[in-house]
Design a binder for this molecule. Structure first.
Ligand code: NAD
Length: 258
């Protein structure tokens, strides 16, 4: 069992999907949790509290450096700082490059990439002082390969894998590690929207659209789960993860083995 009692984990975009799943696994291991994100904040907070963990929420918009700074100030004040940082907040938009809405491009780069720079620069000083820290960037298979229609997302996720490598090198001789996890399809609201689009476009049921989405890319034919991803984050937070540095670790049902 990995024991995270006394540690504080801040997970961006953790009111839903993968972020909430990661927060629940880290809470089960004893960490204090700083939640972030929109939507069902009370439900997310309650699910962490039910696991016996201390939980606070900050609604910082990941597009805004000043709000990210305020979230770190709250984490310092309420929990004494951030030991484990999981950069997870992300959005998607699918459109050919020439039609890609400029505002969507800016938002995806800000949320999926630049927020990870801001959180990392704010987390590192106290991690260095403690000579321990874990930074886990939830990238994507799209940090390793491309897909048509996802220019901003693929650019941001490749950038996040690059930021991961540089952060890992700059902390290589310390007790701080930085790694990326690259999930394939996970059944969350982000992917449910893509399934709806396929169902409408091809005039098929949601079940058939789901099977089509998976069979196109993911050889296992099964979704990755937030719980599986949470347990990979947990391993990286454990002593077994001490020498995993700068990795882009795929958990993708075989997607990038092709
Ligand atoms: P989701 O839509 O279920 O959750 C996204 C979270 O981000 C929510 O908590 C939402 O409130 C938050 N969020 C959105 N915009 C925000 C903003 N401006 N500021 C702060 N928080 C914001 O999505 P998910 O599928 O759980 O995705 C989580 C991460 O995993 C993303 O980075 C995504 O790119 C990545 N990912 C997802 C999949 C997948 O198949 N679902 C695959 C690979 C990678």
């Amino acid at each position: 069992m990995v024991n995270l009692h006394g540690k504080t984990a801040l997970i961006t975009g953790s009111t839903s999907g993968i972020g909430l799943g990661v927060a629940q696994v880290l809470a089960q291991a004893g960490a204090n949790i700083v939640l972030n994100g929109f939507g069902d904040i009370d439900g997310a907070r309650e699910s962490i509290r039910a696991l016996g963990a201390k939980v606070v929420h900050h609604p910082a918009d990941m597009r805004r450096a000043d709000e990210i700074e305020a979230m770190f100030a709250l984490a310092r004040e309420q929990c004494g700082g951030v030991d484990i940082l999981v950069n997870n907040a992300g959005i998607q938009h699918v459109s050919p490059v020439e039609d890609f809405p400029v505002q969507k491009w800016d938002d995806i780069i800000a949320i999926n990439l630049s927020s990870g720079f801001h959180t990392t620069r704010l987390a590192l000083p106290s991690m260095r002082a403690a000579n321990w820290g874990r930074i886990v960037n939830i990238a994507s298979v799209h940090g390793l390969v491309g897909s048509a229609g996802k220019s901003a997302y693929v650019a941001a996720k490749h950038g996040l894998v690059g930021l991961t490598k540089v952060t890992a090198l700059e902390t290589a001789a310390t007790g701080i590690t930085c790694n990326a996890i690259c999930p394939g399809f996970v059944l969350t609201p982000l992917v449910a929207a893509q399934i709806d689009t396929i169902a409408q476009r091809d005039g098929i049921t949601a079940d058939a659209a789901q099977a089509r989405l998976l069979s196109d890319k993911q050889p296992s034919g099964q979704f990755v789960t937030p719980e599986q991803l949470g347990n990979l984050v947990l391993m990286l937070c454990s002593p077994f993860g001490d020498q995993v540095r700068g990795a882009a670790w795929a958990m993708d049902g075989g997607w990038t083995a092709q």
